[in-house]
Design a protein around this ligand. Structure first.
Ligand code: SAH
Length: 458
């Protein structure tokens, strides 16, 4: 590329362009003299008139003024606000096209990042009804027009747009948020003011068991003093009888992080239940639990299918959360060892083993990278290693420990194709072959991609 390359467009100019591609964030890509423009709500094949609204050295952003033709993959969007707040960046795309977009992202990562173009990537496993699936909502509370209001943040901003129907959330959760909001209004609870770090109610979190119907409500407040709980609790229970747990989480800090360190249980215990593939799970307000239960079952079934267990295997489940994958595999293995960093999740995992009468599991609290290094140095090994790390993927020490430990098989569950591909390249150098990758759509209408990869030691 030439260093003196000039930017061929200026802010506020209008251009007519053709969309050629999509970014991994689902934005349309058009090119003017080789200069890339990223455009929201535009699909490949569409001819659009745009206005340039931001230019950088090597790419810029533009907004659609007029669409001259519509892609076959386009559907009528549900609500402009969903695009504004960014909860459904793919809402303008037909669902089969979304599934294909996700598969293509995995293929691109396998080719460009992992340099493993030969690995088979299967069609994305989708949902029959790709809306109303989220079992958890974290809703900011602010004062708007002098009223305590719930909604969602405008993209890249701290401004709350009032919303009642979130489209991708379990409708029962939307209903619960409105009921709680109305009760809070009735008792004059002060909404949080982010600019001044004053007021009190910051977030309403609602989690619901898909199979059990049990609901947990978490009220995140700035100070421990809240409201007349003796009135509010009975009112909430009357409005939403499925509520089994109400927790107040106190977060005094001026921060974007939702949860604070202290919690007060206002009703029930700090847990609710759900089931997955026949096992029951207790979940506390701090524990990670996959947000799309129907698709999680398909994800775990894929892990089971890839694992091909006979009942004789020693299994390690790293990043085990509340033990969902470990307990799913335990029925077909000799013993499963889980590793998880969040203590309350480990406590949930141990309780969940007991709850389901599963005895061949052990859960260790600690950083997976440290525990794996230690186990590898102690000469321990496994027939199967399952990993399900956060978006940043595996730590280098972890991957090195795997290569030293040499488990026969590995199943990698990933929510980020880029870090998956990076790690698969390292593991391939370390003596593993990637056999196949199965994308599963856990987050319809969003650009998130979940996938499961099978690796076997050479
Ligand atoms: N397998 C579980 C959880 C996956 S989410 C499930 O399907 O529900 C990733 C989990 O990794 C979270 O529970 C998170 O708390 C945990 N985690 C994050 N960093 C970790 C680390 N360094 N070591 C161990 N666990 C970690």
């Amino acid at each position: 590329m030439k260093a003196d390359k000039v930017v061929p467009v200026k802010k506020n100019e209008k251009h007519t362009v053709k969309i050629e591609d999509l970014t991994h964030e689902g934005m349309g890509v058009a090119r003017i003299q080789g200069y890339s423009l990223f455009i929201e709500n535009a699909l490949p094949g569409e001819q659009v008139e745009v206005k340039i609204h931001k230019t950088g050295k090597s790419f810029g952003y533009a907004k659609v003024l007029n669409r001259l033709n519509s892609s076959e993959d386009r559907v009528v969007i549900q609500d402009e606000n969903y695009t504004r707040v960014g909860i459904t960046p793919l809402q303008h795309m037909r669902y089969p096209a979304q599934l294909n977009f996700k598969k293509q992202q995995v293929i691109n990562s396998m080719q460009r990042i992992a340099k493993l173009p030969e690995v088979p990537v299967y069609d994305t496993i989708g949902m029959a009804n790709p809306s109303g699936y989220r079992n958890k909502a974290q809703i900011p509370v602010r004062k708007i027009n002098d009223k305590l209001t719930t909604g969602f943040f405008r993209k890249n901003s701290h401004e709350v747009i009032p919303m009642e129907n979130f489209y991708i959330q379990d409708p029962k959760i939307d209903e619960t948020i409105i009921a709680v909001r109305d009760i809070m209004r009735e008792y004059g609870v002060k909404p949080y003011n982010e600019n001044e770090n004053t007021g009190n109610l910051r977030h309403i979190i609602v989690r619901r068991g898909y199979y059990t119907g049990e609901i947990m409500i978490v009220l995140v407040t700035r100070t421990a003093k809240l409201f007349p709980t003796s009135k509010i609790i009975p009112d909430i229970l009357e409005a939403i009888p499925e509520v089994v747990s109400i927790v107040q989480n106190v977060n005094p800090k001026h921060t974007n992080v939702i949860l604070g360190d202290d919690a007060i249980v206002l009703y029930g215990e700090d847990k609710y239940r759900d089931t997955l593939l026949g096992n029951t799970f207790e979940i506390s307000h701090r524990s990670f639990y996959q947000v799309n239960p129907q698709q999680t079952e398909k994800l775990y079934q894929t892990v089971l299918d890839f694992a091909e267990l006979t009942g004789e295997e020693t299994v390690i489940d790293a990043y085990s959360g509340i033990g969902t994958i470990a307990l799913t595999l335990a029925k077909n293995a000799k013993h499963v060892y889980g590793i998880e960093i969040i203590e309350p999740a480990v406590e949930n995992a141990k309780a969940n083993a007991e709850l389901n009468n599963i005895e061949n599991v052990t859960f260790e609290a600690g950083a997976a990278e440290e525990v794996m290094v230690q186990w590898s140095e102690e000469g321990r090994t496994a027939d199967l290693l399952v990993v399900d790390p956060p978006r940043k993927g595996l730590e280098k020490e972890f991957t090195e420990a795997v290569i030293a430990m040499q488990p026969t098989k590995m199943v990698y569950v990933s929510c980020n194709p880029a870090t998956l591909a990076r790690d698969l390249a390292l593991l391939t150098e370390g003596g593993y072959t990637v056999k196949k990758v199965q994308p599963v759509d856990l987050f319809p209408q969003t650009t998130h991609v979940e996938s499961v990869a099978l690796l076997v030691r050479n």
